[in-house]
Write a new protein. Structure first.
Length: 637
């Protein structure tokens, strides 16, 4: 009885400490961390609840941020005033700009990170925000009133905490189940418990819940790798930053990644475990990521291939752990280990842990509004893998938008809804809420219609003014932004008004393999040529004075603007035409099931999703141009 009394007194004290909040964020992964930081910085009293405060923004999969389209998302997060870019810059151990051989619309930054420093820096970032509290616990229930408005949460400690808005960012933890061969372990990540009960409660409120699968590969002891048999892949000689802020180059030692390959002997060993593979013996029914398949899926899908590339990524400066990218697997541990021993360079390897698959609950994202607020429960937001996405960057982007909009909804402000021609983040969210998912969603440049507009280099032009208007961009960043583009304008005016003669230009052009000029020309005309750049000419020093932005960054902006101005203008015109449909609001205005002129599939899909605009309706799978014409005629009447 005394123990029960002391426990009761302790809980009462906890309740007194955990007062009412404006916003509660459940989960401190990449989505939850961005959401909590954004809501708190905007002025909402925010509580971040996580199972383990030592694993904030943990890199559960590979220790890297960015890549194709993902790098653009990270720069967009930074431009809006988010934190991921700054954190990766402080913890980067290798930087590469991918696709430099292609046009700038395809350039994508990517960084290897020290995963421990990354997580530590995220915690320091969150702890530096005055309006943000953190609490180590697990949420088992939402408090929802009779009007279907979320009012708080209940934790495993039996504590009820009230809030005006709640953001769920549970990642892979909702009813998480891990698979290694025929072994099954309940949990959301190796060594960490799963989260239960929330899915059942939300089902009762009408949410559609389904299962998804993802996986992670074996981790190898770097001391047992023979690097002499591997191909080295160093980072770029020029280290760049993700953040648009100046002086953000990583202070850490830079490390190389390494490449090796499987072979037919490896494949034979792996195939001996297929009978015990949960993916092929019927244990796992859910769908895994198409674009990051397990090694066993590769053997089945690409049976004609006699080898597959593997990528060894260092997990940090102060660990021997290596991540074997390309070897994701849920095969029995002994089969994984035997196969590894036949891979060049890994003949004597030891492993820290085998690869595993994990199944978890997610919610059909068509149940969300464009703000990421749920349609069934007011003031409740979903962000991250709970929406059927995969990837740190996609999760962080959703978290940032959910944090902004959770604050907006309780302060009676308009939500931030980015359009498809404004940001990859806009493409991501529009795809989710309009098309839904049947496999883990991953962002690619091919998903965006306006890639020339949505470059990684111009994310600040597109989004920093929005961040300023929201109040999420601080005064220092605003001054840096204004100064940068004032300098860019000065340089563009100079090259557009400066004439260069043949004697000066032709030696430079001949060296670059470009046709010599036959008369004097404006410098901007020469820069518009392929393989000719502003850096090839001596520009006055005064153009680069009184700024923290380095000259190379300024000149890159000038080069791209001049070389691609025609393409950029044309794509803007196309976007403007398409965006006209985005201004035709239709939500709750059309009785779809009563319109016999619509196809049966269109009636069903439109009634289910209830699109907000004609533009969104036009992107719903199964809704044809003829159906859109019917809607426009109906609205005209």
């Amino acid at each position: 009885k005394r123990k029960l009394l002391f426990a009761f007194i302790s809980i009462v004290k906890f309740v007194g400490m955990l007062q009412s909040y404006d916003v509660i964020v459940v989960g401190a992964g990449h989505a939850g961390s961005e959401a909590a930081a954004a809501a708190a910085r905007l002025g909402s009293k925010t509580l971040l609840i996580t199972m383990d405060l030592t694993k904030i923004a943990a890199m559960s999969c590979n220790p890297a941020v960015g890549g194709i389209a993902k790098g653009q998302i990270v720069r967009e997060i930074d431009a809006l005033g988010g934190s991921m870019a700054k954190i990766i810059d402080m913890s980067s151990i290798q930087f590469r700009m991918l696709n430099k051989s292609k046009g700038p619309a395809m350039w994508s930054p990517r960084s290897q990170s020290d995963k421990h420093i990354f997580s530590q820096n995220w915690r320091l970032e969150l702890e530096s925000i005055p309006n943000l509290d953190m609490w180590q616990d697990s949420v088992t229930q939402l408090i929802i009133n009779k009007q279907n408005v979320v009012c708080g949460v209940v934790t495993t400690l039996g504590i009820s905490i009230t809030a005006r808005s709640v953001i769920l960012t549970n990642g892979t933890f909702l009813n998480g189940l891990m698979h290694i061969g025929r072994s099954q372990i309940q949990g959301g990540r190796i060594g960490e418990p799963a989260s239960y009960h929330l899915s059942d409660q939300l089902k009762d409120f009408g949410f559609t819940v389904d299962r998804m699968k993802t996986g992670t590969p074996v981790r190898i002891d770097g001391r047992t790798i023979d690097f002499s048999k591997l191909s080295e892949q160093p980072g770029d000689a020029e280290i760049r930053s993700f953040s648009f802020l100046p002086n953000m180059i990583s202070p850490l030692k830079q490390l190389s990644c390494w490449i090796t390959y499987t072979n037919e002997n490896v494949h034979e060993i792996l195939q001996t475990g297929f009978d015990d593979s949960p993916m092929y013996n019927g244990t796992i029914q859910s769908i895994g990521p198409r674009y990051c398949p397990s090694i066993e899926t590769k053997l089945v899908t690409f049976s004609d291939k006699d080898k597959h590339q593997l990528f060894l990524e260092p997990e940090g400066l102060y660990t021997n752990e290596f991540y074997l990218n390309g070897f994701s697997s849920s095969l029995p541990a002994d089969v994984q280990y035997k196969a590894l021993k036949l891979i060049p360079g890994l003949e004597n390897c030891k492993i820290y842990r085998p690869g595993y698959a994990i199944e978890y609950d997610y919610f059909d994202p068509t149940q969300l509004q464009a703000s990421l607020e749920t349609k069934h429960i007011k003031n409740l937001f979903f962000a991250g893998q709970i929406n059927g996405t995969t990837g740190y960057e996609e999760a962080a982007a959703q978290g940032l938008i959910a944090g902004i909009n959770a604050h907006a909804c309780i302060t009676n402000k308009d939500p931030l809804i980015l359009k498809r021609d404004q940001a990859y983040i806009g493409v991501l969210i529009d795809d989710l809420i309009t098309k839904g998912v049947n496999e883990p969603y991953r962002m690619f440049t091919s998903r965006a219609e306006f890639r020339i507009l949505l470059r990684q280099d111009n994310a600040d032009v597109r989004l920093t003014p929005i961040g300023i208007s929201l109040g999420l961009v601080d005064e220092y960043r605003r001054l840096v932004f204004d100064n940068k583009y004032s300098k860019v304008d000065d340089i563009k005016k100079y090259v557009s008004s400066t004439t260069i003669n043949m004697a000066t230009a032709n030696p430079i052009l001949e060296k670059l393999g470009s046709t010599p000029i036959k008369q004097s020309m404006k410098l901007s005309a020469l820069i518009s040529r392929p393989n000719v750049y502003a850096t090839n000419f001596e520009l006055p020093e005064f153009l680069f004075e009184d700024t923290e932005i380095d000259a190379a960054t300024l000149l890159e902006v000038v080069d791209i603007d001049i070389k691609y101005s025609g393409y950029i203008d044309k794509e803007k015109q196309i976007a403007e035409k398409i965006n006209r449909l985005e201004y035709i609001k239709i939500k709750n205005k059309i009785p779809y099931m009563e319109l016999a002129s619509l196809s049966t599939e269109a009636r069903q899909k439109l009634a289910e999703i209830n699109p907000e605009t004609i533009g969104q309706a036009s992107r719903i799978s199964g809704v044809s141009p003829a159906d859109i014409s019917v809607l426009l005629v109906y609205l005209g009447r």
